[in-house]
Design a protein around this ligand. Structure first.
Ligand code: RFL
Ligand code: PHB
Length: 389
């Protein structure tokens, strides 16, 4: 098989890139290890920045997003005593949209056949070859056959554990990492949300987040030590903990119900450089991870894909090799700013086991500053809606 661009991974980054390239008439093939159902079973992001919404709109794949997505004009930080509302719409003139990653992925997946985007699900042993040449290729197994896919470029959209990043030689690689001493225990339930806007809470018992997927489906999180086992958290125990950490007002509005999904996700900040080496470009979680505080991961994957599609379009349509050479620097400039925001909001809203009274006093002071300063609220709001692309 031969194509222009071989894309590894059919998560949101891979599918979005595939559609953007097809819209420009550039041939590409997406190779995914899992089945489509498995990919859709992963419950992850819920909050979309304008960049992600705009890309779906540009592709003409935003009908369901527009009909079912909830436009959010603000969100809240709870500090145990009060709710500090960040009036995002007023402070920035922009909004975010609550629409699950699962639904974005489903919309992209459903449109693939009609847009001529081949997606090979269930591909085994995907390996990258000759990425330092102009003729890289993938090998993999698919439907019992050994396959080879030749391309001009490979784009690694295969998440944190995929093979693409590992294909970049150690002599050129640099890694930056912070692992946090807790994970987020998430619960998804078909109950109305306790509040029409998200609440991030810093309580003495730990972090909590009230989020949603729709008017009738809620998503909540509490932070837990990494040693916790999901089996030890009955639905009732999670609801009890949420009621305490979110505070009495939210608790009074909280409807409990059986969980549809329940899992613990570790928190990590990670950046890999370079995001391009030879004929291989990396996009999304393949190159970087943010802790979920601030909801940046999927949106960062979308902005990478936007830059990558621009670079590849410049190359194939205008013969512009500089566009490819400039990809990594453009993408990384935005990545680092999102890393900073996610890290600082994580530090502000969680109780770290090693923190003493000084660190706690810093959190109290910062929350008080945010509560009373329009400048501080504007800074948070402009990061939350997404920095310019
Ligand atoms: P994905 O979604 O991990 O997709 C990668 C795909 O590559 C496939 N793959 C392979 N394919 C072929 N061969 C191999 N050897 C392969 N190895 C892997 C995988 O099967 C998969 O289909 O990466 P992508 O596309 O870069 O997308 C990134 C986002 O998924 C991620 O950043 C977000 O989910 C992060 N995130 C959030 N982001 C937001 O913007 N807003 C949020 O509200 C938000 N909440 C979250 C989150 C992530 C969470 N978890 C579980 C990590 C909440 C949570 C709990
Ligand atoms: C979610 O709804 O899953 C969600 C919302 C906001 C975050 C992280 C996750 O910061």
């Amino acid at each position: 098989m031969k194509t222009h661009v071989a894309i590894v991974g059919a998560g949101p980054a891979g599918l979005l890139l595939g559609h953007l390239l097809r819209a420009e008439g550039i041939e590409c093939v997406v190779v995914e290890r899992q089945t489509g159902d498995y990919v859709l079973g992963r419950i992850r992001a819920g909050v979309l920045e304008a960049i992600t919404v705009n890309l779906m709109e540009r592709l003409g794949l935003d009908a369901r997003l527009k009909a079912e997505g909830l436009v959010e004009e603000g969100f809240n930080l709870a500090d145990g005593e009060r709710l500090i509302r960040i009036d995002v719409a007023n402070l920035t003139g922009q909004t975010v949209t609550v629409y699950g990653q699962t639904e974005v992925t489903r919309d992209l997946m459903d449109a693939a056949p009609e847009r001529g985007l081949p997606v090979l699900y269930g591909a085994g042993d995907v390996a990258l070859h000759e990425i330092e040449s102009d003729a890289p290729y993938l090998t993999f197994t698919h439907e019992g056959r050994q396959e080879r896919l030749d391309a001009r470029f490979i784009v690694g959209c295969d998440g944190f554990h995929g093979p693409s990043r590992k294909a970049i030689p150690a002599r050129v690689a640099r890694e930056y990492e912070r692992v946090y001493p807790f994970g987020w225990l998430g619960i998804l339930a078909d109950v109305p949300p306790c509040n029409h806007e998200l609440i991030y809470a810093n309580h003495e018992r730990g972090f909590a987040l009230a989020s949603m997927r729709s008017h009738v489906r809620s998503r909540y999180y509490v932070d837990v030590p990494l040693t916790e086992k999901i089996e030890d958290w009955s639905d009732e125990r999670i609801w009890d903990e949420l009621a305490i950490r979110l505070g009495p007002d939210a608790a009074a509005q909280m409807t409990r119900g059986p969980s549809i999904e329940k899992s613990i996700a570790p928190l990590r900040s990670y950046v890999f450089e370079p995001m391009r080496h030879g004929s291989l470009l990396l996009c999304g979680d393949a190159a970087h991870i943010v802790p979920p505080t601030g909801a940046k991961g999927l949106n960062l994957a979308a902005s990478d894909v936007h830059y990558a599609a621009q670079a590849l379009t410049g190359f194939f349509k205008a013969g512009d090799a500089d566009a490819i050479a400039g990809y990594a620097a453009k993408a990384l400039a935005r990545v680092w700013k999102s890393e900073r925001f996610s890290w600082s909001l994580t530090k502000l809203m969680h109780r770290f086991p090693d923190d003493g009274p000084f660190e706690r006093a810093m959190q109290v002071a910062e929350l008080d500053y945010i509560a009373t300063s329009r400048a501080a609220q504007t800074s948070i709001a402009e990061n939350y809606v997404g920095l310019p692309v």
